[in-house]
Design a binder for this molecule. Structure first.
Ligand code: ATP
Ligand code: MG
Length: 274
């Protein structure tokens, strides 16, 4: 199995394929590290289309997306932005964390995401019609608690939306085995640890540990760290800066993971005290 293999969760591959066939844009929602980017890369391979990624942030302007006139050596020439390049190339344009972009910057997408499928380069006085293979895919994490940002309904309703989540535990463990090469038993224990922490999320209120952190923890175990040590560094530490929360979660993790390294040497795990 390829190490960048995508493990299918539900009907997301089918919906993506149908949306591509029907030339409609797709919105992926889901928590951090649940496989959104991996799915887009996988679909690029499957559909034989190039994937061009734009990471959205609140300084992103519509000119950053579509392009601008630039002075080069005394000449003024139009320079395509990444969105225009993706449209011209008929690529899959993946706009990551689209919720971070300002509404006025996203307005250029409106004509591209309805029946017109056309990008208007107002400043250049040009219009670029999207070839059939062009597809816009956006993603964001709707549960991100510190984010007060919202996408407008007029934007959201242009997309086929696929709500993603973590794989069921036994499938998530398969991802850890494939990605990190750990024993299935180790993978199952790390996933069980994450599951109990995800349940504690209701009490403690933090963004739950993702498949990404589990893969990283599994890689450390494969490299010789103890499971508890790896969980401490990769799963627990990034969750919260609040010592009380981390201490509570550490107890949960310690209950399900061995603290000995593969060699049998006990790990030195910080207990948060001095
Ligand atoms: N379904 C899956 N198949 C294979 N690997 C997966 C899957 N889900 C998660 N992973 C693993 O988790 C890692 C993170 O996944 P990915 O980068 O796709 O998350 P994401 O949803 O795009 O997160 P973010 O919102 O933070 O960008 C991958 O590199 C991979 O190791
Ligand atoms: Mg991503």
């Amino acid at each position: 199995m390829k190490s960048d293999h995508y493990h299918v969760s539900g009907n997301e591959v089918e919906l993506f394929t149908r949306a591509a066939e029907q030339r409609v844009p797709l919105m992926l929602t889901g928590p951090t590290g649940c496989g959104k980017t991996r799915l887009v890369e996988h679909m690029g391979d499957l559909l034989g289309r190039k994937v061009m990624t734009i990471s959205c942030h609140d300084d992103l302007t519509s000119a950053d997306l579509v392009g601008r006139f630039m002075v080069t050596g005394g000449d003024v020439a139009w320079n395509d932005g990444p969105l225009t390049r993706a449209v011209r190339e008929g690529a899959i344009c993946y706009m990551d964390e689209v919720v971070e972009a300002r509404h006025d910057s996203l307005a250029v997408l409106h004509s591209l995401t309805d029946h017109r499928r056309t990008l208007y380069l107002d400043r250049a006085g040009a219009a670029v019609e999207a070839p059939d293979s062009f597809m816009l895919v956006c993603s964001y994490n709707p549960a991100y608690r510190s984010s007060l940002k919202e996408l407008k309904p007029s934007f959201r309703q242009r997309f086929v939306t696929v709500a993603m989540d973590y794989l069921p535990p036994e499938r998530e463990a398969e991802v850890l085995v494939a990605e990190a090469g750990v024993d299935p038993a180790v993978a199952r224990r790390l996933v069980a640890c994450a599951m109990s922490i995800r349940k504690a999320d209701d009490v403690f209120h933090f963004d739950p540990p993702s498949t990404r952190v589990l893969v990283t923890a599994a890689k450390l175990v494969a490299a010789g760290a103890s499971e508890l040590e790896a969980a401490e560094a990769c799963i627990l530490a990034p969750l919260s800066n609040d010592g009380a929360i981390t201490a509570g979660l550490r107890e949960i993790a310690a209950a399900s993971l061995p603290s000995a390294r593969k060699s049998g040497q006990p790990a030195r795990v910080s207990t948060g005290g001095t």
